[in-house]
Ligand binder design. Structure first.
Ligand SMILES: [Zn+2]
Length: 203
C-alpha cells in the first residue's frame, strides 16, 4: 500500500472521530459565497479566508482560471445552491507563469513523466515517448497575475448564464505574507449591473 494512502486514511479516521455537529450541516453554503482559486498546495482557502465546513464553495483549478468548467460550477453554485457573491483569487509565484502552451505541449510530445525546471527552462529527464494531444489543449497560462484576475472576472461577468446581480471580487494572494490584495480593476469589472439605468441618468 502507498505511504500516502496510509497517511490519508489515518488522518481521515482521526478527523471523523471529531466530526460531531458537522453531521448536521446543510448542503447550500451557509455564508452564501464562492471562491475560485488556484490549486497551488501553499494556498488553503479555508484558512486564508476563514472558512469552516459548510460555509462556502471553493472551486479550484490550475491558476484559478475562469474556464468553462469553473463557470459551470459557479453557475450551479448560484442557481441551485444560493451563493450571492463570488471571489476570483490568483496568487503570486504561480506555476502557471512558468510556462506557455507551446512549452508544455512540446514537453508532453516528448515524454509524459514529470519534467524538471532549473529556474529558467523546463526539460524532460526521460525521452520515452509522449503524445501530440497537448498541442490541442488551451492550458490557460498566466503572464501577469493582476491582468489574469481582471481577465477572469470580466469573462465571468460577461457570461450569458451569470446574473448581473452577483458581484465578483478580484484578489491576488501573496504567498510570502498570506495576505489578500484586492485587484481594484477586477472588482470594478465585476461590479453588479443591477441598476444600469441609475448611471445613465447621471451622465
Ligand atoms: Zn497557482
Amino acid at each position: 500500500m502507498s505511504k500516502v494512502v496510509d497517511e490519508v486514511v489515518a488522518a481521515n479516521e482521526a478527523y471523523a472521530r471529531g466530526f460531531g455537529p458537522r453531521s448536521g450541516l446543510a448542503l447550500p453554503p451557509a455564508r452564501q459565497f464562492a471562491i475560485l482559486t488556484c490549486m497551488d498546495a501553499r494556498l488553503d482557502p479555508a484558512k486564508y479566508a476563514g472558512l469552516a465546513e459548510g460555509d462556502a464553495h471553493v472551486i479550484r483549478n490550475a491558476g484559478g482560471r475562469a474556464t468553462d468548467d469553473a463557470i459551470r460550477s459557479l453557475v450551479i453554485s448560484h442557481k441551485l445552491l444560493g451563493t450571492r457573491e463570488w471571489f476570483v483569487i490568483h496568487h503570486t509565484n504561480c506555476g502557471m507563469e512558468l510556462f506557455t502552451d507551446e512549452v508544455i505541449a512540446d514537453l508532453l510530445d516528448d515524454d509524459l513523466s514529470t519534467a524538471s525546471f532549473d529556474g529558467h527552462v523546463w526539460s524532460n529527464p526521460h525521452h520515452e515517448g509522449g503524445h501530440a494531444a497537448g498541442h490541442f489543449i488551451k492550458w490557460h497560462t498566466i503572464k501577469n497575475q493582476e491582468a489574469s484576475v481582471v481577465q477572469d472576472v470580466r469573462r465571468i461577468r460577461e457570461h450569458s448564464l451569470v446574473p448581473a446581480s452577483v458581484p465578483i471580487y478580484g484578489y491576488v494572494y501573496d504567498v510570502k505574507t498570506g495576505l489578500l490584495h484586492e485587484v481594484k480593476a477586477a472588482t470594478e469589472a465585476g461590479r453588479t449591473l443591477a441598476n444600469p439605468g441609475a448611471v445613465a441618468i447621471k451622465t
